[in-house]
Design a protein around this ligand. Sequence first.
Ligand SMILES: NC(=O)c1ccc[n+]([C@@H]2O[C@H](COP(=O)([O-])OP(=O)(O)OC[C@H]3O[C@@H](n4cnc5c(N)ncnc54)[C@H](OP(=O)(O)O)[C@@H]3O)[C@@H](O)[C@H]2O)c1
Ligand SMILES: [Zn+2]
Ligand SMILES: [Zn+2]
Length: 338
Amino acid sequence: MSKIQAWAAPAAKKSLAKIEYEPGPLDAEEVEVAVEHCGVCHSDLSVLNNDWGMSTYPFVPGHEAVGKVVAVGERAKGVKVGQRVGIGWNAGSCMHCRLCLSGDQNLCAKAQPTIVGHHGGFAERMRSHWAWTIPLPDAIDMTSTGPLLCGGITVFAPFLNYGIKPSDRVGVVGIGGLGHMGIKFAAAWGCEVTAFTSSDSKHDEARGFGAHNVVSSTNSSAVKKLAGTLDLLLVTVNVPLDWGAMLGSVAPKGRMHVVGAVLQPIPVRAFDLIMASRSISGSPTGSPVAIATMLDFAARHDIAPQVEHFPMSKANEAIAHLEAGKARYRIVLDADFK
Ligand SMILES: NC(=O)c1ccc[n+]([C@@H]2O[C@H](COP(=O)([O-])OP(=O)(O)OC[C@H]3O[C@@H](n4cnc5c(N)ncnc54)[C@H](OP(=O)(O)O)[C@@H]3O)[C@@H](O)[C@H]2O)c1
Ligand SMILES: [Zn+2]
Ligand SMILES: [Zn+2]
């Protein structure tokens, strides 16, 4: 295999620069994909800045990649050369632990994040285990699909995992990359949807994505007016909020589900859980089957992220745009390697 061109940061908080790396021989169970488009998730920014203390450098971001298979290892199954595929947060897992064998590969202790200790999709080509190289449905448009592979599955998986019903009331907190997809999925699922945003300018668009109500996420008295009403409250922000008011908006037997990487502890009053039999939970992305299920659902319901395109050679500008909170609502980089 020839060298791979990619955009990489040499150290935390540094700009990306073009590099070439030698991928070595293709593993028997690996697949190599020519990247066409790659979404920019807030997690790319957090790993670039080493906010989670687990980054490795040189760091090639990109875990919402779509493209075509260019090579398959001799024991790779399920995908063939030329096929349209996507790769999300994980590029592999052990495939033999209890979690992997139970279909919970995203919970595998040895799951290989695509952008930690592995080179991601801000590149002309990238690699992943065949099981984590997800075939795309024919009906899906490649140019806007990338963000479904991480952001999309992260907000979709709770609907599968917790048996959310069309009659349920769902709140989505933070209308960014994840949140706007969360509104679209919740609306297509049939739910009554309340969007929580700190940005006045997003109210109309949140309704356009399918929200029935829009509330300020930073106005405690507005949040408190919803006390006891939401069956699922999906939190996608990565900042502290008035957690007492947020949990209070959850209905009896409901759940506050945290997918945003809030670094500060979330305080919880035991009686807020006990008296209404509420739960708090969290989850990381989803399994390969959950991702495939989500892609089928998105294709069937014509759900696509609302994206802004940047050429991949403008990856630094794209990251700055995301960091400034200006992305509406997900950035997709289009590969433009010579
Ligand atoms: N669990 C997982 O598997 C998983 C997967 C992917 C991403 N993540 C994490 O999920 C989080 C969101 O990712 P993303 O790509 O959707 O990020 P994003 O596009 O930057 O969206 C985050 C949203 O949070 C809200 N927000 C930001 N600062 C705020 C503040 N000071 N006060 C109130 N709200 C604020 C904003 O929405 P409003 O303007 O509407 O307030 C913003 O659009 C990140 O922490 C990311 O690492 C987790
Ligand atoms: Zn992500
Ligand atoms: Zn495993």
